[in-house]
Write a protein that binds this ligand. Structure first.
Ligand code: IPE
Ligand code: IPE
Ligand code: MG
Length: 255
């Protein structure tokens, strides 16, 4: 990082880093961030949304092509009604407020999850957001909203079952590739790296099918505080990972 007087300037030099083409981020820890500051949980969600804008900018500039962020899970409906309402409102606000900045950064927005089951105003935001950003070239921001990995696999199986019922496919001809092709966004590559801040060591139903060979990177920092330095550290650590996919490491396979 270049130091200018006391001011630290962000650089997007990828020298000793490896930047994934497809990155997943579980934006967790908003509630704890707020509680630590004696604020209502809603303040944490607001700070978390602000931080998403920052993550988009940093990932775009680093050269990530697909950034999938977990914003609301199929299990998050079990939270108190007031919190769920607030999260829905924030979702709408985020795209109203920040779309000009996303546009400036060349970021296309897409959504993944059980979108059809969401209230109409949310579905409208998704439709408009996708439509107006579809030609932006730099990076795709994929927002997982009302998303559950199991529900996504289920929905893929249901689509395939329809084809079996119509006599187009034999059950014995179903392949892994077919399941991948019937997921919500089949053109989005599986994430090479998944980052989870806030200290939890679990996947919480995020990208279950897609994460088969993802590298995991966790930190204790709560999501609203997860910034450029930590993202850079994650990419630096990722550069050192030996991805074997069940085979041997590069060094061993040369022996
Ligand atoms: C993540 O923060 C946001 C959502 C799950 C919607 P949390 O609200 O889960 O924050 P913690 O885990 O309670 O701190
Ligand atoms: C995962 O966080 C979901 C999102 C960040 C949207 P949770 O806070 O819902 O996960 P658990 O309950 O700790 O597993
Ligand atoms: Mg949480």
């Amino acid at each position: 990082m270049a130091i200018l007087g006391n001011k630290q300037e962000k650089t997007y030099d990828t020298g000793d880093l490896k930047v994934p083409v497809s990155l997943g981020v579980i934006m967790d820890g908003n509630g704890r961030w707020a509680t630590k500051r004696h604020l209502p949980r809603s303040a944490g969600h607001r700070a978390g949304a602000e931080n998403l804008k920052e993550l988009c900018r940093n990932c775009g500039r680093y050269g990530v092509k697909y950034l999938t962020v977990y914003a609301f899970s199929t299990e998050n409906w079990s939270r108190p009604e007031g919190e769920v309402d607030q999260l829905m409102k924030l979702f709408v606000e985020f795209f109203d407020r920040y779309d000009p900045e996303l546009e400036q950064e060349g970021i296309r927005v897409r959504f993944t999850g059980d979108i059809a089951a969401l209230p109409e105003n949310i579905r409208e935001v998704c439709k408009k957001g996708e439509e107006r950003s579809k030609n932006r070239p730099k990076m795709q921001l994929i927002v997982a909203f009302n998303y559950g990995g199991r529900r996504e696999i289920l929905s893929s199986c249901q689509k395939i079952a329809e084809k079996v019922k119509a006599g187009e496919v034999e059950p014995s001809d179903i392949t892994e590739q077919m399941i991948s092709e019937n997921l919500y966004l089949p053109d989005v590559p599986d994430p090479e790296l998944i980052i989870r801040p806030s200290g939890e060591l679990r996947i919480s139903n995020f990208l279950l099918w897609e994460c088969a060979y993802s590298e995991f990177w966790v930190s204790d920092t709560l999501w609203p505080d997860f910034g450029y330095e930590e993202l850079t550290r994650a990419f630096r650590d990722y550069a050192k990972r030996d991805r074997r996919f069940g085979g041997l490491s590069k060094k061993e396979s040369k022996e």
